[in-house]
Design a protein around this ligand. Structure first.
Ligand SMILES: Cc1cc2nc3c(=O)[nH]c(=O)nc-3n(C[C@H](O)[C@H](O)[C@H](O)COP(=O)(O)OP(=O)(O)OC[C@H]3O[C@@H](n4cnc5c(N)ncnc54)[C@H](O)[C@@H]3O)c2cc1C
Length: 445
């Protein structure tokens, strides 16, 4: 595929998916207004009912947003999709709360429907609301409650399915606005498609992943409490990916266990048969890397993400800004440029505490003979004899090293949020368009 075709493809997929998403959330609402429609009661009553239906429609769309379809993540980037998911979820939550609150305001006697002897469909509605409240609360306060990420993910998926099933039972039981049998069936079909999506993600996809196994080919300690893990495909051709993309990796557990973790590929996209990951010790999963043995089984789901130089193939050069293990996807892009014999200049601003922590420093030095790499290391805690940059990355440091045509280059930022946010501000102050600045965040929730 030519570079122009690739750029067109990204834009095309983005538009297609945005339109499909809009159609998906509006279709269930449009169905309510077709055919026999009840005469309606008061505006407040019908408004509250509409809020309930809208919330359910948005909730259903979450399954699509989090189904990790490669077409969507390639078009928008997974961080943007998860960010969007978070906001749509909050909007759905507010709409859902509005539904009983307004109804109770209009008719306070409805409180009777929240008692244990209420009709089953009303109890189903109340239980669906409770499931969503739990979902939102455990998502917002996960760290505060001390809920482990993997446990939270499994609970989140379970609550989502529970809420959808109970909410559909509620609207079918209440039977307002969906009296026509075909409307019943259609709402069932919507709900079934959301559940099928969930089952696809949790059962079918893991099964397909398990049919393309990998084995650990190498595990090597790196500076800065990090490891480089290298995998080889077993019985298949490996993974085709864009430099800078990431995968969900499972070690010790099967793909079915929902214990996979996202990691950027730090090896060259030109070598799909040997995939490396540069991983920093952080919590349970990453701390266990010291126990990984050569030959151990592994599995991968991916590739995902839009953080890639291949999305901007016409750039006259690239600038990378890395902090800590944020170097991982950048390493992958640099190695790919090296393997392709790409002669365009690249700049890497790499900030860390001190030289001992500078993950993959040796690999970067080796790359300097294969890529036109201008490596600018910025040490926060530099030794007295250090001749490079010191302190934190700043506009001054960027200006000192970038060429005159710096506004034409593409910028890729990956590292701690504080650092990337400050770098984004510096770059924007220097007159670089936000369209040229691409950031990868290592945190999803
Ligand atoms: C797109 C992306 C690319 C990444 N690439 C790299 C990389 O190349 N190298 C690297 O060292 N780290 C990378 N990370 C971060 C890495 O995924 C986490 O550090 C790791 O999952 C932590 O797991 P843990 O059990 O060791 O720590 P924990 O203490 O359990 O988790 C620490 C934090 O990591 C995040 N996290 C944990 N588990 C998951 C999960 N299953 N899915 C999503 N987020 C999770 C949560 O925000 C959590 O608060 C990346 C993250 C993302 C989102």
């Amino acid at each position: 595929m030519s570079q122009a075709e690739r750029s067109f493809n990204f834009a095309f997929h983005g538009t297609l998916w945005a339109s499909a998403y809009l159609a998906l959330i509006l279709a269930p609402l449009a169905v309510l207004l077709v055919g026999s429609v009840p005469p309606g009661t008061t505006f407040a009553w019908d408004f509250a009912v509409a809020l309930g239906f809208s919330a359910l429609s948005l909730m259903g769309s979450m399954f699509l947003l989090t189904a990790r379809f490669q077409w969507t993540t390639r078009a928008f980037g997974i961080d943007i999709i998860y960010f969007f998911h978070r906001w749509v979820a909050l909007i759905a939550f507010v709409l859902l709360l509005g539904h009983p609150v307004i109804l109770l305001g209009v008719e306070p006697l409805l409180i009777e429907y929240l008692k244990p002897n209420a009709p089953w469909h009303m109890l189903a509605g109340a239980a669906a609301l409770l499931a969503v409240i739990l979902q939102v609360a455990t998502s917002i306060w996960r760290k505060y409650i001390g809920l482990e990420y993997d446990t939270w993910r499994r609970l989140h998926a379970l609550l989502a399915m529970t809420a959808i099933v109970l909410a559909v039972a509620h609207i079918v039981g209440v039977n307002y606005y969906i009296e026509a049998p075909w409307k019943h069936e259609l709402w069932f079909a919507f709900a079934a498609s959301w559940i099928v999506l969930m089952l696809y993600l949790r059962l079918v996809r893991p099964w397909r992943i398990s049919r393309r196994p990998y084995r650990v080919a190498d595990i090597k300690a790196e500076r800065g409490d990090a490891w480089t893990l290298t995998l080889e495909p077993v019985g298949h051709a490996g993974l085709r990916f864009l430099p800078g993309q990431f995968v969900w990796l499972c070690l010790w557990h099967s793909a079915l266990a929902m214990r996979e973790h996202p990691f950027s590929i730090s090896s060259s996209a030109e070598q799909p048969q040997r995939l490396s990951f540069t991983i920093k010790k952080l919590g349970d999963f990453t701390a266990r890397l010291s126990q990984v043995t050569v030959g151990q089984a592994a599995c991968l789901d991916g590739p995902f993400g839009a953080f890639s130089i291949d999305r901007y193939p016409g750039a006259p050069g690239y600038v990378f800004v890395a902090g800590g293990v944020g170097i991982a996807p950048i390493l992958g892009m640099l190695k790919t440029l090296a393997d392709r014999g790409d002669e365009r200049p690249v700049w890497l601003f790499y900030a860390y505490k001190n030289l001992d922590y500078l993950t993959a420093y040796d690999q970067l030095q080796a790359l300097q003979s294969r890529v036109k790499l201008n490596l600018v290391v910025i040490l926060n805690d530099a030794p007295a004899d250090w001749t490079g940059e010191r302190g934190l990355l700043s506009e001054g440091i960027l200006r000192r090293h970038l060429p005159d045509n710096y506004r034409d280059l593409e910028y890729f930022l990956c590292g701690p949020t504080v650092m990337t946010a400050a770098a984004e501000r510096d770059l924007e102050r220097m007159g670089i368009s936000v369209r040229h600045i691409h950031t990868e965040l290592f945190e999803m929730a």
